[in-house]
Design a protein around this ligand. Structure first.
Ligand code: UD1
Length: 421
């Protein structure tokens, strides 16, 4: 059973909130604890279901949660007794694959379930496997598990077939403890990759080029304990900006990193929003009605796929027609049908969605299908007239810290109905 969110739409969002630490940076960065026997402390860790899932995964391996208060925690992997990631834990979170590289490097063996219960090929992790194999790991995939053994990883020259974020991160973590130099070509340039490199460097890793498409890692014999502050969540930031944009809002978001949101901010300006950008804060003033903005998703620094659903929601109430192309994932328009239940005019053809703005959405019952799809329904619900009821809220809880609290501060009217049992 999953919670339900009730939104009374039509309220103008106004006020100031702080952005949380980035989920997609925290997930790989917490995995760095596996690379050293010394304690590692992490600050600005968001309180999210995905983080709890990862902590449960790490602790069943033998990693100790030494200390935890509000958004800081210390992990110590002085003894990894069980280098295994079981299916029950991995199936809810694809990012659990991020333990593969560190376990291989530190324990020289690992057994990690294929993510999402998918067969290799459907939502593949072939690049992770190919890279580790080239570094000297022997890998077999059977019964839904990746089995890895190695006598020691050696640095090598890797060229990934496509830009993969967690693939780059996994290989970077493995290379940190490999013998000699690893070069990752066609590397992901996402800010979260840079944040991970900064954490690894604080632990004694030798990494150059993170944030470009060629990363060079000189392997070291051992890494040591460190403290690292997780970067702000650029997707959470973008989500609240879209919510303000569709509600004639005026909001200020603090503790964020505008430099990681260039294309998103450009699109918001194109839609008629006024932005005031400071080093770590963004103020957005929305127009009476946004203008439609077309976009195409692509790896960083281009427009992020994780903001596609939210901009689809924005376009449903904009003046004009927008064309949205999704180039990263094949099946990432599930929110379109749900937004249509709110009265949106959306036509999808393959990886293209054509969104014709309507003057107003009407509240309805909808179902969240995945994390960012849920965010688009919240935005739709905030813009809609009347009541919207979003079911299957566990998707949203994977990635948005204290969403109701933050939206309530901004003047939204919403509440959660807890599932029984
Ligand atoms: C990460 C993000 C996710 C985001 C995505 C794209 C985390 C925890 N998650 O996911 O929120 O939507 O980047 O920005 O950071 N692919 C392969 N083989 C591989 C790896 C990937 O074919 O071995 C394909 C995928 O199917 C997809 C594309 O490459 O079509 C990009 O995927 P990838 O960057 O790996 O996504 P994730 O790292 O899983």
């Amino acid at each position: 059973m999953s919670d339900t969110l009730i939104i009374e739409g039509g309220q103008r969002l106004q006020g100031e909130i702080a952005i949380s630490g980035a989920k997609n940076a925290a997930l790989p960065i917490l995995c760095t604890a596996l690379l050293t026997s010394e304690p590692v402390t992490f600050h600005n860790v968001p309180r999210l279901q995905d983080i709890e899932t990862l902590l449960a995964l790490l602790t069943q391996m033998g990693v100790r949660l030494v200390e935890r208060n509000s958004n800081s925690l210390t992990l110590c992997a002085d003894a990894i007794t069980n280098p295994v990631a079981p299916y029950e834990m991995v199936k809810t979170m694809r990012a659990a694959i991020l333990v593969l590289g560190p376990l291989t490097a530190r324990c020289r063996q690992a057994r990690v379930s294929l993510p999402g219960g998918c067969a290799i090929g459907a939502r593949p992790v072939d690049q992770h496997i190919k890279g580790l194999t080239a570094m000297g790991a022997a890998i077999e995939v059977d019964h839904g598990y990746i089995h890895v053994t190695t006598t020691g990883l050696r640095g090598t020259h890797l060229v990934t077939d496509m830009v993969t974020v967690t693939g780059t991160e996994n290989l970077m973590m493995a290379a940190a403890l490999a013998e000699g130099e690893t070069i990752i070509e066609n590397a992901a340039r996402e800010p979260e990759v840079v944040d991970l490199a900064e954490c690894l460097s604080a632990m004694g890793a030798q990494i150059q080029g993170a944030g470009t498409d060629i990363i060079r890692i000189q392997g070291v014999k051992r890494l040591h304990g460190a403290a690292h502050r997780i970067m702000p969540d650029r997707i959470e930031t973008g989500t609240y900006l879209c919510a303000a944009a569709v509600t004639r809002g005026r909001i200020r978001l603090t503790h964020t990193r505008p430099d990681t949101l260039k294309t998103v901010l450009e699109k918001l300006q194109e839609s008629g929003c006024q932005l005031h950008v400071e080093t770590d804060a963004i103020t957005l003033t929305a127009p009476e009605r946004p203008t439609a903005v077309s976009l195409q998703t692509a790896p960083y620094p281009a427009f992020p796929t994780d903001m596609q659903a939210q901009f689809m929601a924005l376009n449903t109430v904009a003046s004009g027609t927008a064309i949205i192309r999704e180039t990263i994932f094949e099946n990432r328009f599930m929110h379109a049908d749900e937004l249509k239940r709110l009265g949106a005019d959306i036509r999808t053809e393959g990886n293209t969605a054509i969104v014709s703005g309507v003057p107003a959405l009407q509240g309805a019952a909808v179902r969240a299908t995945d994390l960012r799809a849920s965010a688009s329904l919240v935005i739709g619900g905030l813009a809609a007239e009347g009541q919207t009821r979003i079911e299957q809220l566990h998707h949203l809880d994977r990635g948005y810290e204290r969403l109701e609290e933050k939206l309530t501060i901004l003047g939204a009217r919403l509440h959660r109905i807890r599932a029984e049992g």
